[in-house]
Design a protein around this ligand. Structure first.
Ligand code: NFE
Length: 467
């Protein structure tokens, strides 16, 4: 019998919140992998009983890097449940807030999280200690990327400033509410927002996109290393007032494209730290934390679409939008994410032109005060769903499935691995710190604060957190 060598990395750094990687190797090749979120936190239970109109404000607090994605998704869920109509201005402002949040997220992910896997910074914090293995850039290229790393922080800040133009502040803005946007439109806001995005566009053309091309040139093997399940999904998003989306909606399952239907979304918790249950639609779930359950190894549940593990995120969006992709591995994801920044930044210019100063941005009229619904919108990392049941204006039940849960959930009832776990299989590892695996994991831009959002008031104090 082959004896596999176990290597554990904790925490996997340069992602959002604590991730543990347990890799099982044979002759330097990953044969199996478990990815665990060790942080227990959450939101769904604390939403119960609260005013449905407050959902964008509460749910944004799930995360600081994708806050407006939760805001817009929860607003959509509540609007659908209560029969609310959003005026055109409100819709456009929400797109602008979310767009600027996508831009800051993608720029930060690339420079602060992903690129340090490929270039060697100076002998200073935050670049030390260095991971010395498999560095392929010249000294001159390393110096240029170090300069761009710091420049990227300024440009991402400009994107956050654009967010604050219509959102009041960033993150956790005040602009997105059920019924539209809470602020009005005037020429000053339009021109300030435009100015920030023009700064972003110049950075993209002159710095970011050439940097990504350089990395791909030096590391061509990573264009295909780290492929996921081969299944892709997008809920669509950034709707125009006419109802067309900048992102298309759809699913690619085993090579065939089909329409997306949220009825096929399920979660099971056979291998997560909850009272076990098989696949259930989010409206049927009643999640009970249980860290004593013997098969559990993570707090992230196992979302599936038609029972399949499915990749979500910028690469999936590019595929479903029928845009060019350069492959299906780690750097193909990073390439797709980089081009997406430009696509979104350019779209903001059209949305700004369409705003009508003086016209309504908000319509709080409701058709009914009870209802059951789902809000779906693409977040930075992929498909985000908020399932809500409202009774007399108050939340009765709330379930959230995030993109990082789709990409990095526990293996499911039938033992099928998540996209993120299966992307590591067969990977040859030479470095002590499993840098090769880190490159692949980070290409998904995982966020583990979004992935676990359950809270259980009293019991949380008694829970034993491992590690
Ligand atoms: Ni905390 Fe989020 C995004 C959501 S998680 S970052 O994008 O939802 O995957």
């Amino acid at each position: 019998m082959t004896i596999l060598e176990k290597k554990t990395i904790f925490p996997v750094s340069r992602i959002h919140n604590p991730m543990l990687l347990e890799a099982w190797l044979e002759d330097g090749e990953i044969k199996d992998a478990y990815i665990s979120d060790t942080l227990y936190r959450g939101f769904e239970q604390i939403l119960v009983g609260r005013s449905s109109m407050d959902m964008p404000y509460y749910t944004q607090r799930i995360c600081g890097i994708c806050s407006s994605a939760h805001a817009i998704t929860s607003a959509l869920a509540v609007e659908k449940a209560l029969g609310m109509q959003v005026p055109s201005n409100g819709l456009l402002i929400r797109n602008l807030i979310l767009a600027s949040d996508f831009i800051q997220n993608h720029i930060r992910h690339l420079y602060l999280y992903a690129l340090p896997d490929y270039f060697r910074g100076p002998d200073l914090a935050p670049f030390i200690p260095h991971s010395e293995s498999d560095l392929r850039l010249s000294n001159q290229e390393n110096t240029a990327l170090t300069e761009h790393y710091f420049k990227a922080i300024e440009v991402a800040r400009a994107a956050h400033a654009a967010f604050a133009v219509f959102g009041g502040k960033a993150p956790h803005g005040h602009g997105i509410v059920p019924g539209g946007a809470s602020t009005d439109v005037d020429a000053d806001k339009v021109s300030r927002y435009r100015g920030y995005i023009l700064e972003v566009l110049s950075f993209l053309d002159n710095v970011l996109l050439p940097d990504v091309d350089l990395i791909i040139k030096r590391y061509p093997d990573y264009v295909e290393l780290g492929q996921g399940s081969g299944n892709f999904m997008s809920s669509g998003g950034f709707l125009s007032p006419e109802g067309t989306g900048l992102f298309s909606q759809g699913v690619v399952l085993r090579g065939d494209r089909e329409n997306f239907n949220e009825k096929y979304v399920t979660e099971d918790v056979t291998h997560a730290w909850y009272k076990p249950h098989g696949p259930l639609h989010p409206t049927e779930e009643d999640t009970v934390p249980d860290q004593s359950q013997s098969k559990g190894y993570t707090w992230v549940k196992s979302p599936r679409y038609r029972g399949q593990a499915i990749e979500v995120g910028p690469l999936a969006r590019a595929i479903l939008n029928k845009e060019k992709v350069i492959g299906y591995g780690a750097l193909a994801r990073i390439w797709a994410r980089s081009l997406e920044i430009k696509k979104i930044a350019q779209a903001t210019q059209i949305w700004l032109d369409r705003l009508e100063p003086g016209s309504a941005t908000l319509n709080r009229k409701i058709g009914q005060n009870s209802g059951v619904s789902v809000g779906l919108h693409e977040a930075m990392r992929g498909l985000l769903g908020h399932w809500v049941s409202i009774k007399e204006g108050r939340v009765r039940h709330y379930q959230i499935i995030t993109p990082s849960a789709f990409n990095f959930g526990a293996r499911d009832e039938s033992g099928t691995r998540s996209v993120g776990e299966s992307a590591l299989l067969g990977l040859k590892v030479k470095s002590e710190d499993l840098k090769e695996a880190g490159r692949i994991i980070r290409s998904f831009d995982p966020c583990f604060s979004c992935s676990v959002h359950i809270i259980d008031g009293e019991k949380i104090r008694a829970l034993r957190i491992p590690i």
